[in-house]
Write a protein that binds this ligand. Sequence first.
Ligand code: UT7
Length: 325
Amino acid sequence: MSVIRAVPIGVGHYLPKRVVENAEFAKWLDTDDEWIQARTGIQRRHFAADGELTSDLAYEAACDALKDAGITATDIDAIVLATSTPDQTFPSTATKLQAKLGMNSGFAFDLQAVCAGFAYAMTMANSLIVAGQAKRILVIGAETFSRIMDWQDRTTCVLFGDGAGAVILEAQTGDGTSDDRGILSCDLNSDGRYNDILYVDGGVSSTQTTGVLKMQGREVFKHAVTKLASSGETALEKAGLTADDITWVIPHQANLRIIKNTAQKIGISMDRIVVTVQDHGNTSAASIPLALSVANKKGQIKRNDLLLTEAIGGGLAWGAIVLRW
Ligand code: UT7
C-alpha cells in the first residue's frame, strides 16, 4: 500500500565559536573536571557570543542542512523550530529565521517541549507532511541555554551548552513497510505532575523576568532512564521492529550515564549509540539534530540505516522516533 513518508533529505548543525572546558568552571565554583566528567561525561560545551541569538544559531544550522540537501530556502514550505530559549517572547524565533533565510511564503512556528523539543518537532512535521499540509519542512532545534544559567549553581551551570541542529524532511511515497525511508513511528508523552523537578523560575505571566534553570538532578535522572527506555520500546513496537533491527541510537545528550543505562535497558550495545555529550554538553532541543549532523558528517550514519532517537526534559516531556535515514 503506498503511503506518504517524511524522509530526511538534508541535515546540518552549528556550534558557537567559544568553547568552554570543564576546568574553566573551577575558577569560580567548587567543582572540577574530574567530577563533571565522571558524573556526566561532559568535557566541554560551546557558549554563544554576546549578541548572538538563538535565531543566528538556527540560521547557520539551516544553511548547513539546505546545502546538504542541495536546495534553497525557497524550496521549503514550513519551519518547525523547537526551542525553550527564543530570541524574544514573540514573534516566534521560527519567523525570525524565516526572514533571515529570505523565505517569504509558507509558514513557520516555534514549539516548546524543552529537551524533548526535537522529538516533538519531528512528530509535528511528520503529521503535517502525512496530512498534506507541507511538502518540505525545515525542522530545527536551537538553544542558547547559557542565557538561563545560574552561574553560582554548580549543580546546573556545568551541564548545558548552546547550539543548533537542523533536518529537512520531504514528502515521498513509500510502500508502507519498515523498509521505507523516513519517519516510521513516533511516540510522545508528558506528565505535568513533574513540573517542579526541572523548570525555569521566571516567565512572562508569572514574574515578567527570564529566570534561571532549576533542577532536582537526581529525580530527573531516575525518571529519565525508565521513561526513555519505555518510549523507545513503544516507538519500536509501533514500527513493528525490535532493538536488534536498529543500526544507531541517537539519544538526547544530557548525561553519559543516562545514555548508557537506557541503552542497557533497551538492549542495545554502546557501539551502536551516537555520543556527542562530551563535546556539546546538554543543548536541550538542539542535542539530537546536532548529534545526527555530526554523525552524518563523520560517515557514522548512512542512507538506509535504521535510527532510534529518544529524549526527555522539563514537563516532564519525553518521546522517541524510529526513522530510516
Ligand atoms: O536534559 C534534561 C534532563 N536532565 C537530565 O537528564 C539531568 C539528569 N540528572 C543528572 O544528569 C545528574 O543527576 C546530575 C549530573 C545533575 C548530578 O549527578 P548525580 O550523580 O545525580 O549527583 P547528585 O545530584 O546526587 O550530587 C552528588 C554530590 C552532591 O554533594 P553531596 O550532597 O553528596 O555532598 C552535590 O552537591 O555532588 C555534588 N555536586 C557537585 N560536585 C562538584 C553537584 N554538582 C557538582 C559539581 N561539582 N558541578
